[in-house]
Design a protein. Structure first.
Length: 256
């Protein structure tokens, strides 16, 4: 239930908004406007960070919202605690997703691949340490996920800072230019976020109906949703590649 809240309230929205980077960065890269690529990235990060102001409020009262939807009171309380502990990691993962889109638009796909492979291996250790060894249960799971998400963000930002091929596009700390033309970004980001939210919420809201049936039904629904997400990975990767190529060729003026 906690993951459902994170997906519905944060990842569906931030990943949809970050989708604007695939269009804006790839076209700027194709047109050789390299400085604009980094400005768009910082603009996207600022918008996603501002989104967390209402998200923190919603997470704080998520147990009351779930109980009002006739969910199990104990599960609702655990879900709220899990979400609140996970806030730093969820923010870091949203920033990581923005940088990943930024890199994919420049065909630098191996960087986020190796970063996530490395942190995935470590994630097994964090889960063992916080959940099994320290018996942290839900809070331990949130702490393990926090560390993995934050490591994703820190490592990929460090790589971007020191990789020579990205010095022309990666801007680092946002400046005033990132605060301009927010509407230009949102004109692409908001429709993208809405499309992703409508698609994602169709699956995640099934958890609410499953919770009305029983705790066992809710557990089964979580397993099914994760399997569906796994199946989506291959076509999703293909879509990212197609988006990057399309944007770059549009930027170069090669419409055909």
């Amino acid at each position: 239930m906690g993951n459902m809240l994170v997906n519905v309230l944060v990842f569906a929205v931030t990943q949809g908004l970050n989708g604007a980077l695939e269009t804006l960065v790839s076209q700027s890269f194709g047109a050789k406007k390299f400085e604009a690529c980094g400005i768009f990235l910082n603009r996207g990060k600022i918008i996603c960070t501002l989104l967390f102001i209402p998200v923190i409020f919603l997470f704080s009262y998520s147990d009351k919202i779930l109980i009002a939807l006739h969910q199990n009171a104990e599960i609702s309380t655990v879900a709220r605690m899990y979400c609140c502990v996970l806030i730093p990691g969820v923010w870091a993962q949203s920033m990581f997703d923005a940088t990943r889109r930024f890199l994919s638009a420049q065909f630098e796909t191996t960087i986020p691949l190796y970063v996530q492979l490395f942190t995935l291996i470590l994630h097994f250790f964090w889960c063992w340490l916080f959940v099994t060894k320290m018996d942290g249960r839900e809070v331990g799971a949130a702490m393990a996920t926090n560390i993995t998400y934050i490591l994703n963000f820190i490592i990929i930002e460090c790589v971007c800072c020191f990789k020579p091929s990205l010095k022309g596009t990666y801007q680092g700390i946002p400046d005033r230019r990132a605060l301009r033309n927010m509407c230009e970004y949102l004109k692409i980001g908001i429709p993208g976020a809405c499309m992703l939210c409508f698609e994602w919420w169709c699956f995640e809201l099934l958890a609410i109906f499953s919770g009305l049936m029983s705790v066992e039904a809710l557990a089964a629904e979580v397993i099914i949703v994760n399997l569906v997400a796994l199946i989506f990975m291959v076509p999703l990767g293909t879509a990212y590649a197609a988006s990057a190529f399309t944007g770059v060729f549009l930027g170069r003026g090669k419409i055909n």
